[in-house]
Design a protein around this ligand. Structure first.
Ligand SMILES: Nc1ncnc2c1ncn2[C@@H]1O[C@H](COP(=O)(O)OP(=O)(O)OP(=O)(O)O)[C@@H](O)[C@H]1O
Ligand SMILES: [Mg+2]
Length: 244
């Protein structure tokens, strides 16, 4: 595991939190990062994408809006530049292409129903703010993971929005690798950030946004990491974050 100040190989001076490292290096078909606000999810998504692009794999980034896509895309570009990887950004067509490998990242907002179908040869799909994305667009994008691909991997990254949300269903599937962390697990945030959230949020909403708990706000249902032991899912999943 990388220590603070130790550079992430070939990606500039990136120190990764243990859970970011676990996420980025996961080899599972479906990897879910269920984490509190500000825990470094978009950073993790961007570094994951840059790694695959440099390996020569193409993929797609989904986020609720173009503005949300930009947050993750900025990290991708920053990492590529830090590692002196040349790329061109086709802004009108909404993709970036790494010159050496020819691999592309298409970025699409799920608020639009355009530009997802028809893409092929994609090895990975990254969905940032997944719980706020439309499931229909996600399902459309899944159909692009085909053709001449190097591997097939799906990454869902989000602060949870209850068990009624589609991401919960994905997280419960047997092939999913689940990594759950709280905002307070982040080594990058000052204590003031948490205190601000704590003063502004309360109760179930605070638990959802900071502790990454599965809460159906309206139904007042609570299901968080500490409940895993008590429930039938059992110890193995709690310890490894993986559903067997
Ligand atoms: N590996 C890292 N190295 C340095 N800083 C980091 C790292 N990961 C995250 N950060 C910093 O932590 C802060 C939050 O990161 P980020 O925006 O990725 O979190 P997030 O979980 O996506 O937030 P939100 O819940 O608002 O979407 C940012 O200031 C970011 O620069
Ligand atoms: Mg984010």
């Amino acid at each position: 595991m990388l220590k603070q100040g130790e550079p992430w190989p070939n990606d500039g001076n990136w120190y990764l939190a243990d859970y970011q490292h676990e996420f980025i290096t996961a080899q599972d078909d479906v990897v879910l990062g269920i984490m509190g606000r500000g825990s470094g999810k978009s950073m993790m998504a961007g570094i994951t994408i840059a790694k695959h692009l440099k390996e020569g794999a193409s993929g797609m980034l989904l986020a609720p809006t173009f503005e949300a896509c930009d947050v993750t895309l900025n990290v991708v570009c920053e990492v590529l530049e830090a590692s002196k990887t040349k790329y061109r950004h086709q802004r009108s067509k909404h993709y970036i292409e790494v010159k050496k490998t020819g691999s592309r990242l298409y970025y699409r907002p799920t608020e639009s129903d355009k530009g997802i179908r028809g893409k092929t040869d994609l090895s990975f799909l990254v969905v940032d703010e997944a719980a706020l994305c439309k499931r229909e667009r996600y399902l459309e994008a899944l159909g692009c993971l085909r053709g001449k691909i190097k591997f097939r991997r799906i990454y869902l990254i989000t602060t949870p929005k209850g068990r009624g949300n589609w991401v919960y269903e994905e997280a419960m599937k047997p092939n999913a690798r689940l990594i759950i962390r709280k905002t307070t697990d982040s080594p990058f945030l000052d204590a003031g950030f948490y205190e601000t959230l704590e003063s502004m949020y309360s109760g179930d909403f605070l638990d959802q946004e900071v502790n990454a708990a599965w809460i159906d706000i309206n139904a007042c249902l609570l299901y968080n990491e500490s409940d895993y032991d008590k429930m039938s899912l059992g110890n193995a999943m709690h310890k490894t974050g993986k559903i067997n």
